[in-house]
Design a protein around this ligand. Structure first.
Ligand code: MN
Length: 518
């Protein structure tokens, strides 16, 4: 296996990258050719690739700008372009395409030095063979079917992870796949800027939320640091009452207040505790430059409540979260939020937990929730605030946001540490409404049926070693998550409509050989 791409970058870039704001990434479009066919041909190559880049930019499908680059005709120009891409902090990847034949030995040095995401767009300028006029000049000028194979061979021989997309550049389906890959590429670039603050250790005796933090930094670039819980509790204590009152007003404007017979003043006081936690935690995270956080209900120090509403609001703002010290899921939630940033009509990304089943034939599914911490980006319909006792821990009743989630396809992912390697399990799921209201359940929920069905999906998940915590999104696909895993150099296991238990068991056994040896 080759090392992950995108983990290293030039020094001095970090400050700029480490921002909750969306970065203005660009992707470069590099066309390969050679000087064998003369200047007239090369002029046409350049003209064609410009038209293609303009067309794709104007399609409105790509989430990031495609930047046209002059035609590459020899080893020196190729090497220079890839190194410029490495150094350009706005460049999140290079898309390559061979208009004519481009001898692939010219690509070796450039590819060897290139460290960012790579896509090979296997396309051609013309859509149809010009039957009436085609001659050998046309064939030599338009031979992507030929040149892209020569180039592709070299990338395969060099074992460089890359995405290959085939189709005409004017075809929305092909451009959509490039658009999806662009978000994966941003996930690859941004992975090394994920920093997780742990304000508690993993829950005692729990296995699946544990993991090798050193290896996670080697593989993914994640920085995972621990703090005594009272260090962050001090930030909460220092929040001014006026700031808390302003935020509570915002809550009361934005959400339905579901006191359910509790004294209104007492209810408000409980909500105010969460407002203080939201402000204090966010100041801590901003000051120390973290993009994700884990908590633990059993280690709350001076905090008066388990952070519930506060964590839900922070997730909504883009922070990653994992409960009971689960830093792997916290980092994945952050990463998946970055990958979906700025998406039009996004349906949401959240930390989630498999809780309880409905096993009625024809209505099978898994009820998803957590003690409190589900991100309101996945909500459909009204979001309310409730204050209720927590069945675990020893603190006062925490305020939390309650809602049900959207319907439709989504992905649930679980990153596990198998001792000798990481595995990313990616399950395609179909989210549904539960049949009946659940008036006594005081937490946000989702309900889904894993593909291919509950029995095979759940059996596969368990055979693959998946956790009860997931990083969940309506806005990413299994393909995007699998491509991210490939770029990180880790194993990905898909559970989807095609999964059979027999095939999955074989795959897990083969993967043990492919990934278990280092
Ligand atoms: Mn949990």
């Amino acid at each position: 296996m080759k090392p992950a791409q995108g983990l290293q970058e030039s020094p001095g870039m970090k400050g700029e990258y480490r921002s909750m704001k969306e970065k203005q990434y660009q992707f470069w479009f590099a066309t390969g050719s050679q000087d064998l066919y003369g200047d007239e041909c090369l002029a046409k190559v350049a003209e064609h690739s410009r038209i293609m880049v303009d067309g794709m930019n104007q399609s409105g499908i790509l989430p990031f700008e495609l930047v046209w680059k002059p035609t590459l005709i020899d080893s020196a120009s190729i090497r220079r372009l890839f190194n410029e891409a490495n150094a350009d902090e706005n460049c999140a990847g290079v898309i390559t395409w061979m208009h004519t034949f481009s001898p692939a030995k010219s690509w070796i040095l450039g590819l060897k030095e290139y460290r960012k995401p790579l896509l090979h767009f296997h396309t051609q300028f013309n859509q149809e063979i010009p039957y009436g006029t085609i001659d050998m000049d046309f064939m030599n000028e338009n031979q992507s079917a030929h040149g892209d194979r020569e180039y592709g061979h070299m990338v395969t021989r060099m074992e460089i992870p890359r995405k290959v997309v085939m189709g005409h550049w004017s075809d929305g389906k092909a451009v959509k796949r490039i658009a999806g890959w662009m978000r994966t590429a941003v996930g690859i670039m941004e992975s090394s800027h994920v920093r997780v603050a742990r304000v508690a250790d993993n829950m005692r005796n729990v296995a699946v939320t544990e993991g090798d933090k050193v290896e996670a930094q080697v593989k993914f670039g994640w920085e995972i640091d621990a703090y005594p819980v009272n260090e962050i509790a001090d930030y909460v204590k220092d929040v001014a009452e006026a700031d808390i009152n302003t935020l509570v007003e915002e809550y009361y404007d934005k959400y339905e207040i579901l006191t359910e017979g509790r004294d209104e003043k007492e209810f408000r006081r409980h909500v105010a505790v969460q407002a203080g936690i939201e402000i204090g935690f966010e100041r801590f995270l901003q000051e120390k430059d973290y993009r994700a956080i884990v908590t633990h209900f059993g280690d709350l120090g001076a905090l008066k409540q388990l952070p519930g509403l506060a964590i839900q609001r922070l997730m909504e703002k883009g922070y990653g979260f994992g409960a009971e010290g689960d830093w792997k899921t916290a980092a994945m939630v952050r990463l998946m939020k970055v990958m979906t940033q700025g998406m039009k009509d996004a349906k949401g990304t959240s930390f989630m937990e498999d809780y309880t089943y409905n096993l009625v034939p024809g209505k099978e599914g898994i009820l998803q929730a957590h003690m409190l911490e589900v991100c309101p980006t996945v909500a459909e319909g009204p979001v309310g605030i409730k204050v209720c006792p927590l069945s675990m821990g020893d603190r006062e009743d925490p305020a939390r946001l309650v809602f049900t989630s959207k319907t439709g396809p989504a992905v649930a992912t679980s990153l596990i540490d198998l001792g000798n390697r990481f595995r990313l399990i990616i399950n395609e799921v179909d989210c549904k409404k539960v049949e009946k209201p659940m008036p006594k359940l005081p937490v946000a929920t989702a309900f889904w049926t894993p593909r291919p069905n509950l029995a095979v999906g759940a059996e596969s998940w368990i055979l693959a070693g998946g956790a009860h915590h997931t990083a969940f999104s309506y806005d990413l696909t299994a393909e995007q998550m699998g491509d991210w895993a490939e770029a990180m150099g880790i194993e990905a296991v898909y559970i989807d409509g095609e999964t059979t238990i027999r095939r999955l068991k074989e795959e897990l056994r083969w993967n043990g050989v492919a990934y278990g040896i280092r």
